[in-house]
Design a protein around this ligand. Structure first.
Ligand SMILES: Cc1cc2nc3c(=O)[nH]c(=O)nc-3n(C[C@H](O)[C@H](O)[C@H](O)COP(=O)(O)OP(=O)(O)OC[C@H]3O[C@@H](n4cnc5c(N)ncnc54)[C@H](O)[C@@H]3O)c2cc1C
Length: 353
């Protein structure tokens, strides 16, 4: 098939990237989104392009391509803004810094003096920290919209306020989806519906081992330039957003009370005021809880479902980091019939699906 019809279900950053890459390769793409683009967890993301964090090592090959793919996207999509600030990381659990640093290591140990140059407002300045100069962050909503604009430029249709009610199946083959506005037929259906994915699969009797994992995003008003890089330590994860406000991400512990989001936000505010000189005037603008689609084994779930030809899953954590690479690889798999080795550990088949 030269121009297969592909329906992408979900306009978060993952669905938007898949739609863009497919449309660019000549597929007839329709994106169906129940609300508005980025209105799922994407709009609440801290959005650190973080390929070197703590994740299952089986996904390493995938994550390692993220920085290159984002730089490629910036060439392809003018006005796609990414803050390549680098990330400064130091944790209570850090090992002693390695005396000899292998060349080409993505995160280099720095000493106090250099750290103070990078983050002049940091107090106290740690003895050592690792710095990843190639990492960055983005505005997840703006990026999702830019990817969809790119998809549209290649002929994709993006239908918002269009919830998919059920999958249409004929002799086990998935042939499309039903919405209140009618049925959309497709040669391939890509489920990139984040935490909405298990409910859609339940109608096929499929139980997807994926849970919603809450996490907290804080938006803070702060003097511009207070934080220069992206700082991640045992107390906080903070960076400047494109509008000059600060963003911070925190673990979610309880729905309310002393470990609830509001209390966690106040503690984070206190940590930020303490950690940066000139941060006394920082104030909390909002506290948001986003539900991350988290596969039970934390590895992305990407690939076809053997029992249902026509159906392809793309649901994962660290979707902001992975989106450009996943979009590129999924479009290769669907349009060129290529099986990408990087996706081998991510197959739904590992769950017997
Ligand atoms: C506080 C916080 C910090 C984070 N920090 C990072 C980070 O630093 N780096 C990183 O890589 N990741 C981070 N993440 C995770 C990242 O945000 C997610 O992995 C990513 O946004 C997932 O994108 P998605 O497109 O898969 O899901 P979503 O954005 O949830 O998109 C799914 C879409 O599907 C739609 N949908 C669902 N059901 C239906 C239906 N039946 N019909 C039609 N549409 C439907 C939804 O409305 C939604 O828009 C963070 C998350 C949070 C909450």
């Amino acid at each position: 098939m030269q121009h297969p019809r592909v329906t992408v279900l979900g306009a978060g950053i993952v669905g938007a990237s898949i739609a863009y890459h497919l449309a660019r390769q000549g597929a007839q793409v329709t994106v169906l989104e129940q609300a508005t683009p980025g209105s799922g967890v994407t709009g609440h993301s801290f959005a650190w392009i973080n390929p070197h964090g703590e994740f299952p090592s089986a996904a390493r090959a995938l994550r390692e391509q993220a920085l290159t793919d984002y730089r490629r996207l910036q060439q392809e999509l003018p006005r796609l803004r990414i803050g390549w600030s680098g990330a400064l990381c130091y944790y209570d659990t850090d090992p002693a810094p390695a005396a000899a640093q292998p060349p080409g290591n993505a995160r280099q140990w720095l000493e106090r003096e250099r750290i103070a140059e990078l983050e002049p407002n940091l107090q106290p300045v740690p003895e050592h920290a690792r710095f990843a100069p190639g990492e960055g962050s983005l505005d997840p909503l703006a990026t999702t919209l830019r990817l969809l604009e790119g998809a549209r430029a290649h002929g994709a249709r993006v239908l918002t306020q269009t919830p998919v009610l059920e999958l249409q199946v004929q002799d086990r083959q998935v042939i499309g989806v039903a919405t209140a506005a009618g049925v959309y037929h497709a040669d391939h259906l890509v489920l990139a519906a984040g935490c909405g994915t298990p409910a859609l699969l339940a109608s096929l009797g499929i139980e997807l081992p994926l849970h919603a994992s809450p996490s907290i995003l804080l938006r803070l008003d702060a003097p511009r330039g207070l934080v220069k890089t992206l700082v991640s330590n045992s107390q906080l994860e903070v960076r400047e957003a494109s509008d000059g406000s600060l963003l911070a991400a925190e673990d979610y512990i309880a729905t309310e009370g002393p470990a609830g989001p509001e209390a966690v936000a106040q503690q984070a505010l206190a940590s930020i005021r303490q950690a940066f000189r000139g941060a006394e005037a920082v104030t909390l603008r909002s506290v948001e809880v986003g539900q991350r689609p988290m596969p039970d084994d934390q590895l992305p779930i990407i690939g076809p479902l053997s029992a249902h030809p026509g159906l392809y899953l793309a649901v994962m954590h660290a979707g902001v980091t992975l989106a450009p690479t996943v979009g590129r690889l999924v479009s290769q798999e669907l349009l060129q019939g290529h099986r990408c080795a990087e996706l081998a550990p991510c197959r739904p088949a590992r769950f017997g699906l």
